[in-house]
Design a protein around this ligand. Structure first.
Ligand SMILES: Cc1cc2nc3c(=O)[nH]c(=O)nc-3n(C[C@H](O)[C@H](O)[C@H](O)COP(=O)(O)OP(=O)(O)OC[C@H]3O[C@@H](n4cnc5c(N)ncnc54)[C@H](O)[C@@H]3O)c2cc1C
Length: 263
């Protein structure tokens, strides 16, 4: 599938909107819902905007297996010798040392505490997949919910978000960021299925709308050897987050990696 995003940025001194939120999150997959839960735990109000009627994303298509070091679940299974440092070393070994160190460090350090928080504060009961060692892992660190599916991970995150009283606005396709004169994001505009348009004013924006797998032009540029490959992820991955970020001056790193699935 080829999707060409029509993503916009507009300037305004203020956003005409009925609702103001401290944080607006675009995308209700694992990233958006987990971020919403962590913000809520920290006492920060947020709203999740999701284009589909029922959030699923690539998360629901996935196996829902999550590699994480130093977790409570690992310790309960007798794995005491894992750490963010060891995970980062495993990642770099697999990537032949070419992954951006700051990003590897950030992911390796964040994911263990995130899984612990989801377990301790939001009831997601992880198990450790210790039947075999995943390629490149020097220790058992793959976690999953007992059902071992991405759909069950989405269901558990949605239940947690609902229990926490976090609003998830579905059928809201965000297509425009609103910036003030200092280039600060002060709001977003989104389209409803009937063609009507709404806006939300915010202090901060979190783009959790995943990657660029179904944007053929971006795949050709960033992953030329995959230009003709079939994309197996969710059909919303049109590169919007990256294109918006780039047009706001963000630098791009580590976009040349991909995973081939035998299935
Ligand atoms: C077949 C398969 C198997 C996989 N297995 C694993 C695995 O076992 N372990 C692993 O770690 N990873 C796996 N992955 C990768 C993993 O699924 C993804 O990296 C992860 O789910 C991404 O989560 P996310 O929240 O960033 O994106 P998503 O789950 O895709 O969520 C993004 C959400 O944003 C919404 N959205 C997009 N654009 C807009 C917009 N403009 N406005 C509003 N909403 C929007 C989408 O509808 C979607 O709901 C697998 C992927 C696939 C396809």
């Amino acid at each position: 599938m080829t999707t060409k995003p029509s993503r916009h940025i507009r300037r305004a001194a203020q956003v005409e909107a009925e609702v103001h939120v401290p944080v607006a999150i675009v995308g209700g997959g694992a990233c958006g819902l987990t971020a919403a839960l962590m913000l809520s735990d920290a006492g920060v109000d947020c709203v999740v905007l999701e284009r589909d009627a029922l959030p699923s994303g690539s998360t629901a298509l996935s196996s829902g297996f999550i590699p994480a070091p130093g977790t409570r679940t690992q310790r309960e299974h007798g794995v005491h010798d894992d750490s963010a440092k060891r995970f980062a070393a495993d990642i770099q070994a697999k990537a032949h040392g070419r992954a951006a160190p700051a990003l590897v460090e950030a992911y390796a350090e964040s994911i263990g505490p995130a899984l612990d928080a989801l377990q301790e504060r939001h009831g997601l009961q992880w198990m450790l997949l210790d039947g075999f060692l995943y390629p490149g892992h020097s220790v058992h660190r793959m976690h999953s919910l007992p059902q071992k599916t991405g759909a069950s991970l989405m269901a558990a995150l949605q239940a947690a978000v609902e229990a926490a009283g976090i609003p998830v606005l579905t059928q809201a396709m965000v297509d425009t960021l609103v910036l003030d004169a200092e280039d600060r994001v002060i709001g977003i505009d989104y389209a409803r299925p009937d063609g009507s348009r709404e806006s939300l004013s915010c202090d901060a924006l979190l783009l959790a709308c995943n990657g660029f797998g179904c944007n053929a032009e971006m795949v050709r540029t960033l992953l030329p050897e995959m230009a003709e490959a079939a994309f197996g992820g969710h059909d919303s991955h049109d590169g919007s987050a990256i294109l918006w970020g780039e047009s706001l001056g963000a630098r791009l790193r580590d976009l040349g990696g991909y995973q081939g699935h035998g299935s």
